[in-house]
Design a protein around this ligand. Structure first.
Ligand code: ZN
Length: 258
């Protein structure tokens, strides 16, 4: 086993987990499909935690990020990490400057990505879109900016092929990416067997630890011009309009909510 004293934060989402490709798996926690998706996510997390520990991480903190943030199944928690779940809590709870790297696990491509499985930005229900300094940005960029504000680099991203591509476009070539499936449409995918994606995640975790020194925190010059757009109902039933909000944001923690 490698020597190391690395401290790694893991931000999770559900849409990019192995085996997840339908919104019905991600929206209603009382649905058996949702509970099964949570199990899939826990399997991916377990492979990552084993890989990070094997590669020398001494502390791993895994944060539950999808929806209301209560997607973890306690009896499936892999030993060697702690697990932050439930809400309300702020994005990046528990993340601070002492971490050597952050992994984005189970992420998805931004809204409008043709081959992005379950593509959306923050809310698929109102088709939210975000721009930072005039560049349309998804959740990979948002989480990376929040971590970057604390000086913590993204070292690894998992999700579908489109997610991996978006990660490299925003973060550069040094970030380790592991594809869990290939998107065909928003709810259509070529799935990879779970045993294989978990092996890939385990191996990717080792490479991610090696990449720590090469990955740089993701930052934008402040203040950041932030814009978001979403679909809003009007007074008339079935009629909608596009709402827009713009702001100049200095506090990086406010880039989602301005
Ligand atoms: Zn999600």
């Amino acid at each position: 086993m490698a020597e190391g004293n690395w401290k790694i934060y893991v931000a999770t989402d559900l849409e990019g987990a192995s085996g997840v490709f339908r919104f019905a798996q991600t929206r209603d926690i009382t649905s058996p499909l949702y509970v099964q998706a949570m199990e899939y996510l826990m399997g991916d997390i377990a492979a990552l935690v084993r890989g990070l520990r094997e590669a020398g991480a001494s502390r791993v903190v895994v944060a539950d990020g999808h929806g209301r943030g209560d997607n973890f199944i306690p009896h499936l928690m892999e030993p060697g990490a702690t697990y932050i779940t439930g809400g309300p809590r702020k994005p990046g709870e528990g993340l601070d400057r002492s971490f050597d790297g952050i992994v984005l696990l189970g992420y998805h491509a931004m809204k409008g990505t043709a081959d992005g499985v379950l593509n959306h930005t923050q809310s698929s229900m109102v088709e939210m879109r975000y721009w930072y300094n005039d560049r349309e940005s998804g959740e990979i960029a948002a989480t990376s900016l929040i971590a970057g504000g604390l000086g913590v680099p993204v070292i690894m991203v998992t999700g579908d092929v489109a997610t991996c591509r978006e990660a490299r476009e925003f973060l550069g070539r040094n970030v380790v990416t592991v594809a869990t499936k290939r998107g065909i449409g928003r709810e259509a995918a070529e799935l990879y067997p779970l045993q294989e994606t978990r092996e890939a995640i385990f191996e990717g975790a080792g490479k991610a630890i090696e990449a720590i020194g090469r990955c740089r925190p993701f930052k934008l010059p402040a203040p950041i011009r932030c814009k978001r757009e979403w679909i809003e109902r009007t007074e008339r039933p079935s009629e909608t309009r596009i709402a827009v909000r713009e702001s100049s944001v200095r506090d990086i923690k406010k880039i989602l909510d301005f």
